[in-house]
Design a binder for this molecule. Sequence first.
Ligand code: KG4
Ligand code: ZN
Length: 338
Amino acid sequence: MKILGIESSCDETGIAIYDTQKGLIADQLYSQIELHAQYGGVVPELASRDHVRKIVPLIRQTCEEADLQLSDLDGIAYTAGPGLVGALLVGACVGRSLAWALGIPSVEVHHMEGHLLVPLMEEERPEFPFLSLLVSGGHTMLVDVQGLGQYKILGESLDDAAGEAFDKTAKMLGLPYPGGRYIAELAEQGDPKRFDFPRPMINRPGLDFSFSGLKTHTRVTWEKHRGNNNDQQLKADIAACFQLAVIDTLCRKCVRAIKQTGYRDLVIAGGVSANTLLRQMLAENGQKHGFQSYFPALNLCTDNGAMIAYAGAMRLLKQKDFNHEIHAWPRWNLESLN
Ligand code: KG4
Ligand code: ZN
């Protein structure tokens, strides 16, 4: 079965084809980052318009890469939410219409389910059930993954998502958008011990997160010390302390969730899963506490069409009823998928 995946929930148009026999056979991505960079964040209307411009040419390009005709496709999967409603509608309209015209099924995919399942495309992958840490620009969640579509949220962020905290801190330090990877790069030249940043919600029971206080703490530190000739070193030190505080908090909550669930496998996904320090510290914690971490390939951590094609293929293999109704769900509870 060959499934075309369409991702358009935010500022990336991602199109890919997943073949249930051969694996990923084409993967194209168009990023709008340059378009939004001058505004320091995503402008929803500009995002929708750019998806309209790019989506059909990118589908053609993806078919060329796979050496396939549209008529060779067996199904279409598209991100139906959560995300920016106008951007989602572009993918939903194209996905449903194309499937209708080709007489093949189409399936709605939850963006976070796409992230969550993509590490399972790797050769070394865990069996269900397992624990998942989802860390993106919009979400931070610990999820008990009992099977396909069977998700129980054990904890989540009460305010900013981890990626969002990275992005806002980067903006404050004058780094480009989206700032996660620039903070990580700058942190390499910084001293993570110069300031003692808080680890939010660690002294409270439970698995929820909160990064907004840490973000404020970072701002106060920056404003207190800035202004001398050593601002560049100060920025690097702040980036290092901030990054360590976020990653350490994520790791400690993962260990707590592993102990609580008794699982031995942890799947990490979403844009922040590209972070090197997170990968290192989870590996160390895994050795100490007896669990194995699984990450997506680096090019599949941030938004992409492959994760939607793969999740769609898994769903199409199971699902029996199909319709052609066009919906977009800006907010969509992951637990409601079962
Ligand atoms: O999953 P994603 O592409 O989009 C959403 O679904 O939100 O995640 C994007 C987020 C951004 O906040 C970005 O700054 C963050 O992932 N990110 C990183 C790194 N690479 C991307 N954060 C920390 N370290 C990185 N290396
Ligand atoms: Zn995402």
